[in-house]
Write a protein that binds this ligand. Structure first.
Ligand code: XMP
Length: 514
């Protein structure tokens, strides 16, 4: 069967992965390439459609990213978005200049619904705008098919050549009918049948891994979380016992978690994996002793992971590859996804030490969002209980203990967190809240217990709802549940005399505390 491919040409915008994701949601396979990709290579790939993304530049400036005009002669349908739309007009003889009124945010757009791009889209629809340049006149052969109060060309088309330009961002969820527009492009205009499914992604990844690895040996960093579990099962599907999974118990796991992971992936579990558990608690506590700065803690934890893996790899001998379950939001937040700033160096991406003793790092889930990783996991038959586990960060409790990490603080936060999770589950809320956990603030305060003065730590409870972990709202937990958690923590966990509930959304907060 002919493989249907849509190519996204990346001009450096911040939503490029979202474009790919929305195309996948239309069941069409999609790959992202840099705008520097040669036209010959694009021809060879024989795409059914091409999407030009947004980007931070002005297309009329001399050294801005551009593309050869022969792209528009290939006879392949092309959709330009934001910068991509302006570039298309600029190259084909239209005019782009600084906009007299810049548009940013949700904006009402008036649509010509006769355009094939806007089939079944409302005449007035809300879109996400973010631009300071605008198309002041379209290129010859184009007609305007959408406008706003301030933007005369919100969309334009040349139906003879199947070229389309959209000034706003249909890939962003704030554009209410954006997915429909992208659907109209890839399924309607490009004529893709929409037969691609997540199992094709799994199948293609498995093939690609086999090719890359050959007869080599591979080590997988397994944490028992959703991402690394999906990566491990995918690798095991691809290369069987050439794979060894190493699970590092860094002493920063949730209560009993080490044993639970071993139950699933160890010798008595359902998978036939070479599984090694390394108990490295003491080593971690020593390295973290006296360290209070969050980024430093993350780097130490990340570096120590790699050192443990290197040691295990030496024992096995001749291991070329290291597998990590990095997913797309980790890449973005670590500042490696293009123009965006570093928020935190997620230890499995930006927190890697400069020198790594492996030939290559394999990250099969690097382009996927969390919900897509879950879909891939279900496709491979991983049990739902594991696939829908709430996320747990690689640096673990290390970033849920503010300030210095000690064995004593780990005990406190483990016990408080176990109580919190138990009560959330007793209240039947565990499936409705995106992520919830207890953290240990570095604050100690005076209290009274019995007739005694206490001077103990404060625990912060966090619970958030989120779709993609890039933004989040604090969850509404019934007061009586919170009260019960508070009372149990104070009574049962030695060293705590106060409990807070964190109401902060993301942004401005982050989900974790460090
Ligand atoms: P933040 O705190 O950045 O968290 O709002 C967003 C999501 O990412 C998880 N997280 C991590 N996951 N390694 C991981 O694998 C990390 O270093 C890391 N830091 C945060 C966090 O639990 C939340 O789900």
């Amino acid at each position: 069967m002919e493989k249907e491919l849509v190519i996204v040409l990346d001009f450096g915008g911040q939503y490029n992965q979202l474009v790919a994701r929305r195309v996948r949601e239309c069941n069409v396979y999609c790959e992202i390439y840099s705008y520097r990709t040669e036209i010959e290579k694009i021809k060879e790939m024989n795409p059914k459609g091409i999407i030009l993304t947004g980007g931070p530049n002005s297309c009329y400036e001399a050294d801005s990213p551009t593309y050869t005009d022969t792209l528009f002669e290939l006879g392949v349908p092309i959709l330009g978005l934001c910068y991509g739309a302006q570039l298309m007009m600029h190259i084909l003889g239209g005019k782009v200049e600084k906009a007299p009124v810049q548009e940013y945010g949700k904006t009402e757009v008036m649509i010509n619904t006769a355009s094939p791009l806007f089939t079944e889209v409302s005449e007035k629809t809300v879109c996400w705008m973010s631009h300071s340049d605008y198309i002041s006149s379209v290129a010859p052969g184009f007609e305007i098919v959408a406008h706003t109060l301030d933007c005369p060309v919100a969309a334009a088309q040349n139906c003879v050549k199947n070229l389309f330009a959209i000034q706003f961002h249909p890939e962003v969820l704030h554009t209410q009918e954006g997915t429909k527009m992208l659907y109209n492009f890839v399924r309607g205009i490009c004529g893709c049948a929409g037969t691609w499914r997540m199992d094709s992604f799994v199948e293609q990844s498995v093939q690609a891994i086999r090719q890359k690895v050959g007869n080599g040996k591979v080590l997988c960093a397994l944490s028992g979380g959703v991402d690394s579990s999906v990566a491990a099962v995918m690798l095991s599907k691809a290369i069987g016992n050439q794979l060894t999974c190493v699970f590092v118990d860094h002493g920063l796991l949730r209560k009993n978690e080490g044993d639970e992971v071993e139950e699933v992936f160890g010798p008595n579990g359902p998978y036939e994996l070479n599984f090694i558990r390394v108990n490295a608690q003491e080593r971690y506590y020593q390295k973290l002793s006296g360290i209070t700065e969050p980024e430093k803690k993350r780097k130490i934890i990340g570096e120590e992971f790699i050192r443990v893996f290197e040691e295990e790899a030496k024992k096995i001998g001749a291991v070329d590859f290291l597998v990590q379950g990095t997913i797309y939001p980790d890449v973005v937040e670590s500042g490696l996804g293009g123009e965006s700033a570093v928020i935190k160096s997620h230890h499995n991406v930006g927190g890697l030490p400069e020198h790594v003793d492996f030939k290559e790092i394999i990250e099969p889930l690097r382009d996927l969002f969390k919900d897509e990783v879950r879909k891939a996991g279900l496709e491979m038959g991983i049990p739902e209980k594991l696939v829908f586990r709430q996320p747990f960060p690689g640096p673990g409790l290390g970033i849920r203990i503010i300030g210095e990490v000690t064995a004593e603080k780990v005990r406190i936060v483990q016990e408080a967190d176990a109580i919190y999770r138990e009560e959330i589950s007793n209240a039947g809320l565990d499936k409705t809240i995106g992520q919830y956990f207890a953290a240990l603030t570095n604050m100690r305060s005076v209290g009274v217990m019995g007739d005694e003065r206490t001077y103990d730590y404060a625990i912060a409870l966090r619970a958030v709802n989120t779709i993609d972990f890039m933004t989040a709202e604090s969850a509404e937990i019934p007061f009586e549940v919170l009260q019960k958690v508070m009372s149990r923590i104070i009574n049962e966990v030695r060293g705590v005399n106060r409990v807070f509930y964190d109401l902060t959304s993301k942004p401005p907060g982050t989900i974790e505390f460090e």
